[in-house]
Design a binder for this molecule. Structure first.
Ligand code: UD1
Length: 434
């Protein structure tokens, strides 16, 4: 158990190279299951979620080695098609293993991902895609058992919503299915493109990634390759907002501004000066941040739900009233009561939050409700008057590599402290019951 202790009020400045994308690396590591051979994935961030993915790979019988930020997976000797309930619970996105395991072994047994901090997160769209390609699905006692009827067979899959995870499962399943698969209303996130680039380097025939219709021509076999994961666009947004809320000046090296097309205009609307040079992005904050009229989360290329909590902190100290609409997950305002403890004036009801900007936030003891909500509280601590203690750091560790070191390098005053009074666990239990 640890907490981040932040001495607020220091202006962030300097430059930083942003880590590899968590949401790219998880499905890419899962995809190595499909490949009988060795793959080396570079720019693989050290996160609790990547370590959990590696644990799952090992539990399936894959050989996995890490050398710095490169991870080599050899799935030649894969021996199991089952992921234990314990591992499934540790990381909800483990459901993306479903398509890869079925594609390789012809069957898979996983658990329904458990209750959740940001919404229900059902997997009906994943199972719809699985069934469409010729797989029998049986559900019972919290377990899901999938078995290919005869052969995986290409088909048309039309999603009612462009789910990121379900699109990834559909791609993984169809990569080695017989014939052609068309995925209609596919998710268009950069992480989908990264997954398809990786699979195509392994010999897959996937076209249309990044568009709403993806076509997959199934191939007999995939072989190993080396792949470098893209930069994490949500982590990029986090450091840019850290600069914005502290009146700072920060440059992100190789941040890929194309992936931030829906985020950068909102930072400009708040008065920040954004300069782009090749793939580098520099943000200079104004004396006082301005309100942002409306922040509406949408599937890519719209504004990302993962950046919503981070922007809530920003508009909390902006001049004027801002409105936030969360369209992707139904319970993604759990950071709001914690920000209110720090002096923010926010009213949240259902999917809408109205934020009246205040002059300053004040340090307090707060609890991370989830990964991005926790990062939003760290940002609040960086700009608050006084000391902020952010508990439940294990959520933040799921997505941020070297978070405290990077913020200190940019002149932030933040340390991780071990705590052992058990209060964090009590709050966690309460949150889940709610
Ligand atoms: C991924 C990202 C997560 C991001 C989210 C939306 C990873 C590891 N995680 O999560 O960081 O916040 O995309 O950009 O890449 N839904 C259903 N049925 C399904 C699947 C999803 O109703 O079978 C709903 C979800 O409850 C949610 C919405 O669709 O309301 C979006 O979910 P989805 O795009 O699937 O998100 P994830 O892949 O879980």
């Amino acid at each position: 158990m640890s907490a981040f202790v932040i001495n607020g009020g220091r202006r962030l400045s300097g430059s930083l190279r942003v880590q590899g994308s968590k949401n790219s690396v998880l499905p890419i590591l899962a995809a190595t299951v499909l490949i009988s051979g060795k793959c080396t994935i570079h720019n693989c961030p050290r996160l609790s979620d990547t370590e959990c993915t590696i644990k799952i790979l090992r539990s399936l019988g894959c050989k996995v080695y890490r050398d710095g930020n490169s991870v080599t997976v050899d799935s030649t000797s894969i021996s199991s098609s089952e992921i234990s309930e314990e591992l499934m619970r540790e990381m909800r996105s483990s459901v993306v293993f479903l398509g890869a395991i079925i594609g390789r072994i012809g069957e898979a047994m996983v658990s329904a991902p458990g209750g959740c901090e940001i919404g229900l997160r059902p997997i009906d769209l994943h199972l719809y895609a699985v069934r469409k390609l010729g797989v029998d699905v049986e559900e019972g006692y919290g377990r899901i058992y999938c078995k290919v009827k005869n052969k995986l067979k290409g088909n048309k899959i039309t999603f009612s919503f462009p789910s990121v995870g379900a699109t990834e499962n559909a791609i993984l399943l169809s990569a080695t299915a017989k014939g052609s698969t068309t995925i209609v209303n596919a998710a268009r996130e950069p992480e989908i493109i990264d997954l398809c680039d990786f699979l195509n380097s392994c010999g897959a025939k996937i076209s249309g990634a990044g568009e709403s219709i993806i076509t997959v021509e199934g191939v007999e076999k995939l072989s190993g390759c080396d792949h470098t994961v893209i930069c994490d666009r949500i982590v990029s947004a986090t450091y840019l907002i850290a600069a914005a809320v502290t009146g700072g000046d920060v440059e992100l090296i190789s941040a890929n501004p194309n992936h931030l097309n829906s985020v950068l205009p909102l930072l400009e609307e708040s008065g920040c000066d954004i300069r782009i040079r090749c793939k580098d992005v520099r943000l200079k904050a104004p004396m006082r941040l301005r309100r942002i009229d409306k922040i509406v989360t949408q599937p890519f290329p719209g504004f990302p739900t993962d950046a919503q909590a981070l922007f809530t902190t920003l508009v909390s100290i902006a001049d004027g009233t801002s409105v936030i609409v969360e369209n992707i997950f139904e319970s993604r305002f759990k950071h709001v009561p914690e920000l209110v403890r720090m002096g923010a004036r926010i009213r949240a009801e259902g999917r809408v939050a109205v934020v009246d900007g205040v002059d300053r936030l004040y340090g307090a003891e707060v609890f991370s409700p989830d990964l991005r909500g926790g990062a939003a509280l760290v940002l609040a601590g960086l700009c608050a008057n006084g000391v902020t203690k952010v508990r439940n750091t294990e959520y933040i560790d799921r997505g941020y590599e070297d978070f405290t070191d990077n913020l200190c390098m940019l002149n932030g005053d933040i340390i991780r402290k071990d705590i052992s009074d058990g209060r964090a666990e009590k709050k966690e239990v309460k949150t889940r019951r709610n």
